[in-house]
Design a protein around this ligand. Structure first.
Ligand code: UDX
Length: 434
């Protein structure tokens, strides 16, 4: 059992802290947001993540997991302190490090004994050195510490499973002994552990996310060609995926990637590259293709309906992907804004994200379920591939719609079957049959 403090109770911090507690460590989570800490103490989650609530309750009950707003209290006995605060996007595409800076300053002010400071937040290359510098400057008296970069690879919606069954653990530090100590925390997970230097570890995180985003934009570009040339991108992806060098994952064409990581991280990497005199042409194309995917939905609707002015468009799914309530950079939000600028009226529903909808959308009729969205709609757009949308009664949907038009932004339906049911159906990249 080791003593760990985690700064920040967002997706990454709360999942990391809770999972470490579940592995038997003693964890204190620190956050400056009093309301969030109060709620967590009462067993109420600030985010939706499957399985998290139960795991928090169980470990809090076993006194392995506690929550505080006080750095003094959080660091009192800690051997490791994980920084897992947000790194939002700055106005120029760069990562904004204000929360990392204030976490480092607060750690420096509160630490009373040697610590290993582990950075989990996705931060620009070189931030580890910068954090060390801040801690050194803000300590009231010199106390030894080391900085380790330990990027997270957690996906929202499957964060607990990803923590417990990682493909790899990446650790970077100028102090190999500190990295080895952090490695000990993960030993029971039996995952490959890579120890490298700080900057390389930080780059591994950006390069991994940028590569995955590139795969998505690549298949989306192929999808556009498939439509023009009469091929089916779903089949193309299956055929490509059998090649072991390519693999089947992350080849789903659609309205593109969203969420709190891919768009922001690709932007930040492109920004860093440009600042350092590199020309990130591939990354720029990845972002541009991603933007175009959203616009394609509008083009498809115009092609079928003509003008969108005063048309009623139903949107199914608001979260950036299934199994999360997160609407950050969600394709649905951008699509709805584009439709509204064309004068369309929007009805929408999401199984989980409805609570967040008012933060991102205005003048949208929020409905109780998919059938209510379809009521009187001139077209439906599938924006998130929630399971419940895959099992809708399509004849019932068609019956209540004004026009039987479906733009399937996530390719969840079969074009042939939709045609047989009498829908005017458009998938993404499904030239054959749609
Ligand atoms: C991602 C990374 O996977 C994770 O390792 C990192 O730490 C954080 O960012 P997350 O943002 O939770 O995780 O979502 P992910 O499941 O990776 O999906 C990202 C986006 O890509 C979603 O909008 C999804 O719809 C889209 N996507 C994914 C596709 O459009 N096609 C695919 O084939 C896969």
């Amino acid at each position: 059992m080791r003593r760990i403090s985690v700064i920040g109770v967002g997706y990454v911090g709360l999942t990391t802290g809770t999972c470490f507690a579940d592995l038997g460590h003693q964890v204190t989570c620190v956050d400056v947001d009093e309301a969030k800490i109060e709620k967590l103490r009462a067993g109420i989650m600030p985010i939706y993540e499957p399985g998290l609530e139960e795991m928090v309750r169980r470990n809090a009950h076993a006194a392995r997991l506690s929550f505080t707003t006080s750095y003094q209290e959080g660091l009192a006995e800690a051997e490791f302190v994980f920084i897992a605060v947000g790194t939002p996007q700055g106005s120029g595409g760069e990562a904004d490090l204000k929360y990392v800076r204030s976490a480092a300053q607060s750690i420096a002010a509160a630490m009373t004994h040697p610590l290993i400071i582990v950075n989990k937040s996705t931060v620009p290359i070189g931030t580890g050195d910068w954090v060390a510098d801040i801690v050194r400057r803000y300590q009231p008296r010199p106390i030894p510490f080391s900085v380790v970069s330990n990027p997270e690879f957690l996906r929202e919606g499957s964060a607990i499973n990803d923590f417990m069954h990682p493909d790899r653990i990446v650790l970077g530090s100028l102090d190999p002994e500190a990295a080895a100590q952090v490695a000990q925390l993960y030993l029971s997970l039996r995952a490959p552990i890579m120890i490298t230097d700080l900057r390389t570890a930080e780059m591994i995180k950006y390069a991994s996310n940028a590569f995955l985003a590139t795969r998505i934009s690549f298949i989306n570009e192929i999808a556009t060609m498939c439509e023009a040339l009469g091929a089916d991108v779903k089949e193309v992806a299956i055929g490509m995926g059998y090649d072991k060098r390519i693999g089947p994952d992350f080849l789903d064409a659609g309205i593109g990637f969203g969420g709190s990581c891919f768009p922001k991280d690709v932007q930040a990497l492109a920004h860093m590259a440009a600042v350092h005199g590199c020309h990130p042409q591939l990354l720029r194309a990845v972002l541009e293709i991603n933007r175009d995917q959203r616009r394609q939905v509008i083009h498809k609707l115009r092609e079928v309906l003509g003008t969108l002015h005063d048309q009623v468009i139903g949107v199914l799914g608001l979260a950036f992907k299934p199994n999360t309530d997160d609407m950050r950079e969600a394709p649905a939000v951008e699509i709805i804004h584009l439709l509204q600028s064309e004068g369309a009226h929007i009805r929408a529903y999401d199984p989980v994200a409805m609570v967040n909808a008012p933060l991102y959308l205005q003048d949208v009729t929020l409905c109780e379920n998919a059938y209510e969205v379809a009521q009187g709609a001139d077209a439906l757009v599938i924006a998130t591939e929630w399971n419940e949308f895959k099992h809708l009664s399509l004849p019932r949907l068609k019956e209540v719609m004004r026009k039987p038009v479906i733009i399937d932004g996530r390719n969840i339906y079969d074009p042939e079957q939709m045609k047989a049911l009498g829908f005017i159906y458009r998938g993404m990249g499904r030239g054959y049959g749609s």
